[in-house]
Design a protein around this ligand. Structure first.
Ligand code: MBD
Ligand code: FE
Length: 266
């Protein structure tokens, strides 16, 4: 299939899917104008990345995840920033003085699918603060707050010290939030940590981890939760793990899929 044929096939199907929906629901001119104005506002508000990653990325991610081995992947979302500070493990994430939130020690091993350590891996981590806000986007904290690229040690181990993020609400004042409100959908995502794990010879792993017991695990507006991505932190006392306060502690193993041999589209 040529690229032109591919574009024609997918675009025609997408357009006809929308048209079939309009037909099925007898959409009126009034409703058509309302949707048209909403889409225009979506662009003006800069919310196309938010809308796409909330409502469509999970489908592409599920396709990508087929025939992959290793630990679960999930969507990247709209708030990743490249080139964040490179820190050796164990790393204190960039935080404000007196960053609010329960201290969190996140400990991970990065291995291949058989469990052998990968010693040259880098763990990109980013997450919201205790108000559910991201530096560089909706938080008052400047970049690189709660963002870093942490370099694994010689045994494929990485450890970060940060805080437990709060559940996240997509911005409710913009067009995407307006859609949620108009449709009666919750705008919430369960609290989550974002990761991108890279190592030479392995497929990049994009993932998130969620917390047991979170109110929003079953109703993530972005449909990104998978059972294997729910972690249960332990309560550790002050003075353990090199942290002088009581803290949450969690361990996770990232298993990376070998790099794919480039296949031409058949
Ligand atoms: C987020 O924080 C996020 O991770 C996704 C996928 C969508 C919107 C906000
Ligand atoms: Fe997020």
């Amino acid at each position: 299939m040529t690229q032109q044929e591919r574009i024609s096939t997918v675009a025609r199907d997408l357009i006809s899917g929308i048209n079939t929906t309009l037909e099925r629901h007898n959409v009126t001119y009034e409703e058509y104008q309302a949707v048209k104005n909403w889409l225009i506002r979506l662009g003006q508000a800069g919310e196309w990345p938010l809308y796409l990653d909330v409502f469509h990325e999970f489908t592409v991610e599920q396709i990508h995840a087929r025939n992959r081995r290793g630990s679960d992947s999930t969507i990247e979302g709209p708030y990743y920033l490249p080139d964040m500070p490179v820190l050796p493990s164990p790393a204190a994430l960039p935080m404000r003085e007196d960053e609010p939130g329960q201290p969190l020690v996140f400990s991970a091993d990065i291995t291949d699918v058989e469990g052998n350590p990968i010693t040259d891996a880098v763990l990109d981590i980013w997450h919201a603060d205790a108000e559910g806000k991201y530096s560089g986007f909706d938080s008052a904290a400047p970049v690189p707050n709660l963002r870093a690229q942490v370099v694994a040690d010689g045994s494929g181990h990485v450890e970060t010290r940060g805080i437990v993020p709060a559940p996240y609400s997509i911005p409710v004042m913009g067009p995407t939030g307006q859609l949620c409100r108009a449709a009666g959908w919750s705008p919430m995502r369960p609290a989550h940590l974002h990761f991108m794990v890279r190592a030479a010879g392995y497929e990049r792993l994009t993932s998130q981890l969620f917390f047991t017991g979170d109110t929003y695990l079953q109703s993530d507006i972005a449909s990104a939760v998978k059972p294997g991505l729910i972690i249960t932190p332990e309560h550790h006392d002050a003075g353990t793990d090199g942290v002088d306060q009581p803290h949450a502690y969690v361990h996770y193993q990232f298993r990376l899929n070998p790099a794919q041999v480039q296949r031409s589209a058949a």
